[in-house]
Design a protein around this ligand. Sequence first.
Ligand SMILES: [Zn+2]
Ligand SMILES: [Zn+2]
Length: 210
Amino acid sequence: MIDDAPAPRCVICPRQLLDHETGRFICLPCEHRIDQDLRKLAGPAGLYARLCLRIQPGRGGDGPAVSGTPGRAMPCNEAVLTMTANGGLVSTLETWVEDWATYGLARRSTGGRLQHRVDVAVETLRLNLTRAASRHPALDEFAREVQQAARQIEAIISGERAPRRIPVTCPCGTVRSVTLDTDGFECRGCGAEYGHSEALKLTVAERRAA
Ligand SMILES: [Zn+2]
Ligand SMILES: [Zn+2]
């Protein structure tokens, strides 16, 4: 019999599957990428743990608690809370564990604190990923969600690392934003030049006036 059917393609990238990938839904490079994303999320130095440190400095991921001055919430905190709380990343992962378990591809987690649940979910998903590659038809959706979660957390972490900008007002009325380590600036409105400490004094003056 002549084999004239088109070679099956990876459901993710969608490269044509090679001989040694026969029977799989995804290609080996895509499986590798998923595994990398999963690995990035878990563990004491993983993205989830690092995100939890953003809200509980030095305490790890027992659960969210907002730090900081009331009324001066950092804009990132909501995104951090949404992602770290029960219902965030841990639920995304556990929903897939639940789904994979119905295919006999994962072991359901037995509770514990959130960091532990993330680690256990990632562990069972990684352990079964190769088998899932040829047994689970929705790996593209899984890959997308895991990648999105990893990227979102990376963005939150790097966004918070960026220096905070403070608006300062020149006596001429021109407003601009500076960072705490500014070298100074020349006012666009009146041309006045401010060095580092003068620029920051403008901030202080504005806060006193407010
Ligand atoms: Zn692929
Ligand atoms: Zn000015």
